[in-house]
Design a protein around this ligand. Structure first.
Ligand code: SF4
Length: 449
């Protein structure tokens, strides 16, 4: 039974409807928004890494590999398509230098990483020799023998059986395949480098090698996508039977090729499906996956076996773990301070050649901002425990968020029952825009850049 939240104020009975896909970041990946992280706060980061860690807080490593075969038209990440093997070697050396500096800092406090994540860009762009050089070096500096999960993002066209075997030997436990779509024409008009036949081949090899978990990424609403194409994507995904499926709804941030073209043509609306259609497509995918035994485990993910299939990187990060983020433009969090590295290749390498960390901007969230961050990120899982937040943040969660909780309840997306706040499927499908209701006034609708 639903509990009415205390201190309600009068709220509209429906949320503002956004229809067409216009420019802007939709996805909430952190809090406060990145536009509030500043170079002038770097001293806070420098102090934080000289302190011992909070007892019991787990440590993870994220490494950004910024190389891709082609730049996808919807991509907003820092990626390079023109780096030769010498440049890649200098990047690997710099990332190892970066880890070496951290490994000697008090913030490590004798901890070994509990999870490791290789993101991109395209981590699988690296050759087997480059991968071994990189990972042998990382393990020598901070051993992974306590890591419960090692995730590696892959672009299907870069995978061979030889590389997949090497990834498994290196210790990768969770292979994430950036499929996005199974139709060659749609892949091509969206600027993807791979073809559908490469997806089937890479997936078959990966299964043979025996990774404990294989995830498939899809994007709902790519340029020229139709309802029938989307249904075919869902059918093919289910046929492959991956351990987990992650579905993103296409957004068009400012630094994408699609937005540059919109701007040149004076268009305000992106040439992709509107938000309502994208939500319907994800709802369809979730319901088809559920018919085949999958469980929806977050706003973006369905898993085949909920007991077996965890996503430790996400869950630890959303619960406030420390994350040593290495590589150009990567985002990390150490001892209560957010930081981001230099977002260009040459300054990143140059800093490390001088023996300095390449952090570029930082922010120390207040205790209330940390509460908001954890709460909104965990809401993406569909439910949160009230007592967890009350104890961890010495707060009364229902009072602290009385107004936004009531708002989401009035809109028909949220219920409170006993110790649990739940978001229903309709709410989950549009969670990123709803989360702004919990933000501090100055952060609402701020740019995530
Ligand atoms: S593969 Fe990923 S990181 Fe590389 S260009 Fe495409 S979307 Fe961006």
């Amino acid at each position: 039974m639903s509990t009415t939240i205390s201190n309600p104020t009068s709220q509209p009975s429906t949320p503002a409807i956004e229809k067409q896909t216009t420019v802007g970041n939709y996805f909430v990946s952190n809090y406060p928004p990145f536009s509030f992280w500043k170079g002038e706060y770097l001293g806070q980061f420098t102090e934080a890494i000289e302190k011992a860690p909070k007892s019991g807080n787990p440590l993870g490593i994220y490494l950004h590999i910024p190389f891709c075969r082609k730049r996808c038209h919807f991509c907003y990440f820092r990626v390079y398509t023109d780096k030769d093997s010498a440049a890649i070697r200098s990047y690997i050396d710099a990332a190892l230098d970066e880890l070496r500096i951290y490994a000697a800092k008090p913030c490590i406090g004798g901890r070994k990483p509990k999870f490791v994540y290789f993101g991109g860009g395209t981590p699988s762009y690296l050759s087997v020799d480059q991968l071994r050089l990189l990972t042998d070096g990382m393990k020598a500096l901070l051993p992974w023998d306590e890591a419960e999960e090692v995730t590696f993002e892959c672009e299907p066209g870069t995978l061979t059986d030889h590389k997949l075997k090497a990834l498994r030997e290196i210790g990768v436990t969770r292979l994430s395949l950036g499929v996005e779509n199974f139709n060659d024409h749609i892949l091509e008009v969206n600027g993807r480098a791979h073809l559908s036949k490469e997806i089937a081949r890479a997936y078959a090899y990966a299964r043979e090698v025996g990774f404990p978990q294989i995830n498939i990424d899809l994007i709902a609403g790519m340029v020229e996508e139709t309802e029938s194409n989307w249904r075919e994507n869902v059918r093919k995904t289910i046929e492959m039977s991956p351990d987990s499926v992650t579905i993103y709804q296409m957004e068009i941030p400012y630094n994408t090729t699609i937005y540059q073209q919109m701007k040149a043509e004076g268009k305000l609306v992106a040439p992709v499906a509107d938000w309502e259609t994208k939500r319907q497509w994800v709802a369809y995918a979730f319901s088809e996956l559920e018919k085949c035994g999958y469980t929806v485990s977050s706003a973006y993910t369905a898993v085949k076996d909920k007991k077996k299939t965890q996503f430790i990187y996400r869950d630890r990060l959303w619960a406030g773990a420390d994350l040593l983020s290495l590589g150009v433009a990567s985002f990390g969090h150490v001892n209560g301070v957010h930081y981001q590295n230099h977002h260009d290749f040459d300054p990143y390498i140059a800093k490390l050649r001088q023996g300095e960390l390449p952090a570029h901007r930082a922010l120390t969230p207040t205790s209330d901002e940390r509460l908001i961050r954890e709460f909104v990120l965990q809401l993406k899982l569909g439910s949160v425990s009230i007592s967890y937040f009350n104890e961890k943040f010495s707060t009364n969660l229902l009072s602290r968020f009385a107004v936004p909780l009531q708002t989401l309840e009035n809109w028909g997306f949220l219920t409170v029952s006993g110790d649990v706040i739940s978001i229903n499927r309709d709410g989950l499908l549009q969670i990123d825009r709803l989360l702004h209701e919990f933000f501090l006034h100055e952060h609402k609708n701020a740019r995530y850049a």
